[in-house]
Ligand binder design. Structure first.
Ligand SMILES: Cc1ncc(COP(=O)(O)O)c(C=O)c1O
Length: 373
């Protein structure tokens, strides 16, 4: 690997880079395979919302213009949907960018951030870029734990991140736990609830985090169009927060951070209720299929509130990942999160799911970890 420039800030040189899901084209090339499936990035197996695709086509002739930096129409639409003011919404180049807007706005050198040990990687990197200090909170049962997180707060804490539900574990911080967290959260800390998988779960288990925003608490909710709406490549997400916090985030935001095509697609996707219903029901069916298959194989898994499943496997997850790659199935090792004996698998189309399980069984049989098929 090329060495990083010695002129780079030390904070940057120390960052352990994120390992993204392997692209299908790369696996085809490296393994000389034609038929490759990717269940590695929690993408939407049904593709994009067809209404979004139409809206992008309609917007194409205008791409010589800069986008609307204020995201007027999208914010208008979201504000009606969510019953918040447009000035409480910040749009971003994916919710990943919004995480950086938050740390740029709130975390200075030596400031602290509370992050769960197995929480989505992006919080760690964004804090490290700012030379912030991470207070790692243990996650018993691989779920964010209110008491552990509260125990990590000091006078220097600026932000506390809860991925709800979390990636890569699929676990949810339940209503009463969120309420307890918010009851004890001091006013000098901004709590971020990253709800990237919001649409995939039964809302009755979900805490109404918007209520805290409406009460003027220091809360930021993150949502994305990358998952349930199938717009991952366009990079668009948004935050719901208080006006003063939105002002701080907009202060560090690049003026044209979200493309016109992404904005047009997101506006149209919000109206595509039929697509959203299909996505959710396909995911529910896929999830139950995963559970049945895993129980049949005697493998432990973490019940999920998302479109992926964390599976405990009887060999190092990275080795299993390599074996599955050879069979044209791309999944995700999660040893970077300290989860050596696990893999994370996105729920795909029925044919993709069954292909994954066939390949998994083959590997386990080859390794003598399952008695023959
Ligand atoms: C918890 C969580 N938040 C945010 C995102 C990223 O979303 P976006 O594509 O909007 O940057 C992901 C994507 O995997 C995620 O798992």
């Amino acid at each position: 690997m090329t060495r990083i420039s010695p002129l780079a800030r030390p904070a940057i040189a120390d960052i352990k880079p994120y390992e993204p899901g392997k692209p299908i084209a790369e696996v085809r090339r490296e393994y000389e395979l034609t038929d490759v499936i990717k269940l590695a990035s929690n993408e939407n197996p049904l593709g994009p919302s067809p209404m979004a695709v139409k809206a992008i086509q309609a917007a194409l002739p205008e791409i010589h213009r800069y986008p609307d930096g204020g995201g007027y129409y999208l914010k208008q639409k979201l504000s009606e949907r969510l019953s918040v003011s447009p000035s409480q919404i910040v749009i971003g180049n994916g919710s990943a960018e919004i995480v950086e807007l938050i740390t740029e706005a709130f975390v200075g050198e030596g400031d602290e951030a509370v992050i769960g040990r197995q929480a989505w990687f992006k919080y760690r990197i964004a804090v490290q870029i700012m030379n912030g200090v991470i207070a790692w909170a243990d996650m018993p049962n691989l779920a964010h734990d209110t008491r552990e997180m509260l125990a990590g707060i000091t006078d220097r804490t600026k932000v506390l991140f809860v991925a709800n539900p979390n990636n890569p574990t699929g676990t949810l911080m339940k209503k009463d736990e969120v309420e307890l967290l918010m009851a004890r959260l001091p006013d000098h800390v901004v709590a971020i609830f990253d709800e990237a998988y919001y649409d995939y779960q039964d809302k009755s288990v979900y805490s109404d985090t918007k209520r805290y925003v409406m009460e003027g608490r220091n809360v930021i909710i993150l949502r994305t169009f990358s998952k349930s709406y199938g717009l991952a490549a366009l990079r668009i997400g948004y935050a719901i927060t208080t006006e003063p916090i939105a002002r701080a985030m907009n202060g560090v935001r690049e003026a044209f951070n979200v493309s016109s095509l992404a904005q047009a697609a997101a506006i149209a996707a919000l109206d595509d209720e039929e697509f959203l219903r299909k996505v959710i029901s396909l995911n529910e069916e896929g999830k139950l299929y995963f559970y049945r298959q895993l129980e049949g194989l005697g493998l432990e898994y973490t019940p999920t509130y998302t479109n992926f499943v964390l599976i405990k496997v009887p060999m190092p997850g990275r080795e299993l990942f390599a074996e599955l790659l050879k069979k044209g199935v791309v999944i995700r090792p999660v040893d970077g999160y300290g989860l050596r004996d696990y893999i994370r698998v996105s729920i795909g189309l029925p044919g993709e799911n069954s292909r994954f399980f066939a390949a998994l069984e083959e590997v386990l049989v080859e390794r003598g970890m399952l008695s023959g098929m």
